[in-house]
Design a protein around this ligand. Structure first.
Ligand SMILES: NC(=O)c1ccc[n+]([C@@H]2O[C@H](COP(=O)([O-])OP(=O)(O)OC[C@H]3O[C@@H](n4cnc5c(N)ncnc54)[C@H](O)[C@@H]3O)[C@@H](O)[C@H]2O)c1
Ligand SMILES: O=CCCC(=O)O
Length: 483
């Protein structure tokens, strides 16, 4: 399918009760192409009343879905995995059109995002409880696990599929219904997913997609409604905190996958070529627009010059261009705000005394392009060491001892992931244990895996997605006391 045919084939209405429907009053908002700023397509702009219709549908479907045998739920999830895989090329193109990233990145995300359906199709049948005699000998303890109930998922634009499937997969496997509110920048991938789920046999009302340009106003009545039992959010720490506050009124269960500020620490005993390969992935996967992206590079002084010159050389080969061009390595950033943030953080570092060793200025013209950039001699005062840059910018700083490296890595309010490079296993484990993060990559630049528990500590949030742990976010534990 060419681009226009593909865009014309996507349902652009709300997906509620298993079918596309117009938003109240027929309102729409534009989805823009980050490469040009032009409108790609208009999608339905939900009102709070539309969101309530989605909740009504989720509540109506909840009992039957929970009662559907786990094997059947698992088989539907598996069919969705197959359907995404069969439509991978179309979905990747759609994702690149709405989000901007290079087509190879979109293809990688489709594989990654689909994997959550496969993994949780296999987990659906492993929701177990336990039976044990009470220690006092006066009864029996029976423990069972039941679906939480209707859930709301609010997702970001940077991984338009995977940040949704990492929530939808476990929720549906556990027997919960779900409403997804995708980012207004990237609603199309999620609308296509809803259609594929219906084609794969997902019953009506189990999954709804509510697209809107008014996220706060449209999700607030859902969060206030006692029929909603869980809010799962991926996005910025600021918005996450607001949502935790509004969820507190009804003591709604929440999971929060929030911002990051990942350190990439290279010790003097690292294999520097491997560290540079890992740095390229940790920094430039998804064009740097990843919560897992290495935000700052801390390199032990004896290997600082070698690491820096090798990284600059590799990063200089990152071809900036249209995401749809297969030669492109770096597509545009998602929007003008993102371009402004990256520009501001680089300019601030330079003003504070950092040296620009590569890149450092947007080419201008149409679209939100920013080149691969390396900053060296970055002073501690630079904002880029504290704030998420969410772009292809690598600030490098030196450190002296192992303790200094650990202290620098932990010197952040965030705690999502850290990367360390060392050939010494003792050191790797010692440092991994000392790092204040939910995840650590040892000699690896990408840690994401549907089979592993993903999540952070400190201001990066709470809850885990993926792995054996991911389904627990959607289950309640019930204790039944027996004589
Ligand atoms: N920890 C993780 O797993 C993870 C994964 C991906 C992205 N992120 C983080 O997400 C951020 C980038 O994504 P973003 O810019 O889309 O984040 P964002 O917080 O601006 O938006 C995330 C989602 O929340 C919605 N939203 C915004 N304000 C809202 C409100 N008041 N009420 C309800 N919903 C609201 C948005 O429309 C979007 O759907 C980065 O900080 C990144 O680190 C974290
Ligand atoms: O952006 C954050 C999510 C990244 C991932 O799941 O690999």
């Amino acid at each position: 399918m060419d681009q226009r045919e593909l865009l014309d084939s996507i349902p652009t209405q709300l997906w509620i009760g298993g079918e596309p429907i117009d938003a109240e009053g027929g309102a729409t908002f534009p989805v823009r192409d980050p490469a040009t700023g032009d409108t790609l397509v208009e999608v339905a702009d939900a009102t709070p009343a539309d969101a309530m219709r989605a909740l009504d549908a989720a509540v109506a479907a909840q009992r039957d879905w929970a009662a559907t045998p786990a094997r059947e739920r698992g088989e539907i999830l598996r069919a969705v995995f197959e359907a995404i895989t069969a439509r991978a090329d179309d979905m990747a193109l759609l994702m690149t059109l709405e989000m901007g990233k290079a087509i190879a990145e979109s293809k990688a995300e489709i594989k990654y995002g689909a994997e959550f359906f496969r993994w949780f199709s296999e987990e659906a049948v492993r929701i177990a409880g336990r039976y044990q005699p009470a220690p006092a000998g006066n009864g029996r303890i029976l423990v069972t696990r039941q679906p939480v109930g209707p859930c709301l998922a609010i997702t970001p634009w940077n991984f338009p599929l995977a940040m949704g499937t990492r929530k939808i997969g476990p929720a549906l496997a556990a027997g919960c219904t779900m409403i997804v509110k995708p980012a207004s920048e990237t609603p199309l991938t999620m609308l296509l997913l809803a259609q594929l789920c219906a084609e794969a046999g997902l019953p009506k009302g189990v999954l709804s997609v509510v697209t809107t340009s008014k996220s706060g106003a449209v999700t607030a009545p859902l969060i206030d409604d006692p029929r909603l039992r869980k809010l799962t959010f991926t996005g910025s720490t600021g918005v996450g905190k607001k949502l935790v506050e509004s969820s507190a009124k009804g003591l709604l269960r929440t999971s929060m996958e929030l911002g990051g500020n990942a350190p990439f620490v290279v010790f003097d005993d690292a294999d520097i070529d491997k560290a540079v390969e890992g740095a390229m992935l940790a920094k430039l996967r998804n064009g740097g627009e990843a919560c897992t992206a290495a935000n700052r590079f801390h390199v032990q002084r004896s290997v600082l010059a070698e690491f820096t010159s090798k990284l600059v050389e590799k990063m200089s080969s990152m071809k900036l261009g249209l995401g749809t061009d297969p030669e492109t390595k770096l597509g545009p950033l998602v929007n003008a705000d993102q371009l402004e943030t990256v520009t501001e953080l680089v300019d601030d570092a330079v003003a504070a005394g950092a040296t620009l060793s590569l890149g450092g200025s947007a080419p201008g013209g149409a679209g939100y392009f920013y080149p691969a950039t390396v900053l060296t001699d970055v002073p501690d005062t630079a904002r880029i060491l504290k704030e998420e840059v969410f772009g292809p910018v690598a600030p490098i700083v030196g450190f002296d001892t192992e303790d200094d490296g650990i202290a620098a890595a932990n010197d952040t309010e965030f705690g999502l992931v850290a990367y360390i490079y060392t050939e010494n296993l003792d050191r790797a484990l010692r440092v991994a244990e000392a790092l204040e993060t939910g995840m650590v990559g040892v000699n690896r630049g990408v840690i994401s895996d549907a089979a592993a528990p993903f999540g952070g500590v400190k201001q990066s949030g709470f809850g885990r997605e993926g792995g054996f742990e991911g389904i627990n976010e959607y289950l309640e534990t019930k204790y039944i006391a027996l004589t």
